[in-house]
Design a binder for this molecule. Structure first.
Ligand SMILES: Cc1cc2nc3c(=O)[nH]c(=O)nc-3n(C[C@H](O)[C@H](O)[C@H](O)COP(=O)(O)OP(=O)(O)OC[C@H]3O[C@@H](n4cnc5c(N)ncnc54)[C@H](O)[C@@H]3O)c2cc1C
Length: 189
């Protein structure tokens, strides 16, 4: 199997390698020249700041990924070598959440899927947020976050343990070269 080299590709490669496939990782850019290492890397229930959330199918897929990844990253956070940790995250709103259908639906979906959820406007004062900012509502919960440099190193280490081959290729003709490499590298061990 072949895969490219941001978090998506490396994670796929690690899972495939652990399932017994010989994985070839292909990339024209390596860390630190990939988007993945500059991500804030905060887990957020969709629609979030990142993602194709105007496409209904993509939004539903993101929700399924988020539900699964909350548990996976929570498990990884027990091992400091992964660079994954859990922190309280707080969202502030200028309108009461219950008066905004989009925010209300999002909050109601996420509240049963996260740990230490609390919806309470007094969080604003507790966190010392200036009243001049005009926030009137807030909720908080524990969310996974990732130190991207540490996580990238952990993924690489896992890949080398599963004997995946790492290749560097500088191509731009994506479809032509990918189909050639797929033929070359899609043999299970
Ligand atoms: C400032 C910022 C903040 C962000 N914050 C968050 C956040 O808080 N939470 C969150 O979930 N997401 C966040 N994101 C989004 C997140 O960073 C990306 O969704 C994620 O890194 C994408 O990973 P990726 O592996 O798909 O892509 P990339 O990291 O871009 O890796 C793509 C890899 O594929 C290779 N590649 C691509 N095309 C080819 C080709 N034709 N030939 C050879 N190689 C190729 C590249 O060389 C590279 O190695 C943020 C993004 C930015 C920029």
């Amino acid at each position: 199997m072949s895969s490219v080299l941001g978090f998506s590709g490396l994670t796929s490669a690690l899972c495939l390698g652990r399932s017994g496939f010989q994985v070839t990782v292909i990339a024209d850019r390596f860390a630190p020249r990939v988007t993945s290492v500059v991500a804030g890397a905060l887990w957020e229930w969709p629609p979030a700041a990142c993602g194709m959330h105007h496409v209904p199918a993509a939004l539903e897929r993101s929700k399924a990924w988020c539900e699964a990844s909350y548990q996976t990253f929570s498990d990884l956070s027990r091992d400091p070598k992964t660079g994954v940790f859990l922190r309280p995250v707080t969202f502030y709103f200028k309108r009461p959440v219950l008066d905004d259908p989009r925010q209300r639906d999002k909050m109601n979906e996420l509240r049963t899927r996260v740990v230490q959820f609390r919806h309470d406007q007094s969080i604003i004062g507790e966190n010392g947020i200036s009243t001049r900012l005009g926030f009137r509502d807030a909720y908080t919960h524990l969310a996974p976050m990732i130190d991207t440099d540490v996580y990238m190193g952990w993924l690489f280490e896992g890949l080398s343990e599963s004997a995946a081959a790492l290749l560097r290729r500088g191509f731009t003709e994506h479809s032509t070269n990918m189909s050639h490499l797929w033929r070359q590298s899609s043999t299970p061990r």
